[in-house]
Design a protein around this ligand. Structure first.
Ligand code: NAP
Length: 269
């Protein structure tokens, strides 16, 4: 197959590094001359021009969230109607507002780091991770599932609406709280001197790439606000039932959920 990738940052670059070692041919689109120079010998074709995607069987759109709709629109005049196109944006409902003349299957790999750009990408990023697919108009998403399998990720199929609610809870709200937590504590000089692994772990998401952070808040704002209301209620509720039974329940479930290497091994509920 010929696989197009648009936007060779952390996610696009990591997808490229997975597929270069397969039988598939890569058509890479990047606006960055330095990236073009780095990948030229590794891929079938690379360019800053979308026209190379006219021969693609599948395309991964890996641009920032606020550029995804524009990119999907551009592809309408370039790829064939059978081409499987996915975007990897961390929010999904906004891409399902319009049917596309190609086989459009929105998706979201649940893997990332705080870094961005091609040099921060790496092949192992998706190994053992979940990769969500939110089909809404596609008759056949097996092509995408098969490609995702090659990255070592496991596909989970759901709706865009359910996806956006869920990621608000486990990713977008935690990032916002992590940023607030750091901002509150930073005013105390001694606290900053004493801060160790606990503070480091609970504030890791405060290092999220700035553009990605702003996009997540703006594109999934309603769900994040709902989550913050739940969180505020829980702050009050937990204070009134701060007892062994409640704390053990939280501690045991959290303990069971991850293995020592940090992978989510038990799905709670
Ligand atoms: P990134 O490292 O900043 O890469 C985005 C790439 O998009 C850039 O390297 C650039 O590629 C291209 N780009 C940047 N600005 C653009 C513009 N104005 N117009 C067109 N293309 C532009 O970001 P990323 O973390 O890979 O995120 C890309 C997508 O993956 C986002 O939709 C994000 O929601 C999603 N995602 C991110 C994570 C994460 O943790 N980072 C996880 C899962 C999904 P070129 O220089 O090659 O043109």
């Amino acid at each position: 197959m010929k696989i197009g990738i648009i936007g060779l940052g952390l996610i696009g670059g990591s997808i490229l590094k997975n597929f270069v070692e397969t039988e598939h041919k890569i058509l890479a689109v990047t606006r960055n001359q330095a990236t073009l120079d780095k990948i030229r010998g590794m891929v079938y074709k690379c360019s800053s021009d979308y026209e190379i995607l006219s021969e693609a069987d599948a395309v991964f759109v890996c641009t920032p969230i606020h550029k995804v709709l524009e990119t999907l629109d551009k592809l309408e005049n370039i790829v064939s109607k059978d081409c499987a196109v996915t975007d990897v944006a961390s929010v999904k409902t906004f891409v399902t507002q319009k049917k596309r003349p190609y086989n459009f299957i929105p998706s979201h790999p649940m893997a990332g780091t705080e870094n961005s750009g091609y040099d921060s990408s790496f092949k192992e990023l998706f190994q053992g991770a979940k990769w969500v697919i939110t089909p809404f108009d596609s008759k056949d998403y097996s092509v995408l599932q098969n490609l995702i399998d090659l990255t070592g990720a496991k596909t989970i199929v759901t709706t865009a609406k359910e996806h956006d609610k869920a990621v608000a809870l486990i990713s977008h709200m935690p990032m916002y709280i992590s940023q607030c937590l750091f901002d509150v504590a930073k005013g105390n000089k001694l606290a900053m001197q004493l801060a160790s692994s606990g503070f480091r772990d609970t504030t890791r998401l405060a290092m999220t790439d700035l553009n990605l952070a702003k996009d997540m808040l703006s594109f999934n704002g309603n769900n994040i606000n709902e989550c913050l209301s739940l969180f505020q209620n829980k702050l009050k509720e937990l204070k009134s039932e701060y007892n062994d039974e409640k704390l053990s329940e939280i501690k045991d479930l959290r303990h069971k959920m991850y293995s020592k290497d940090g992978k989510n091994i038990v799905e709670i509920n």
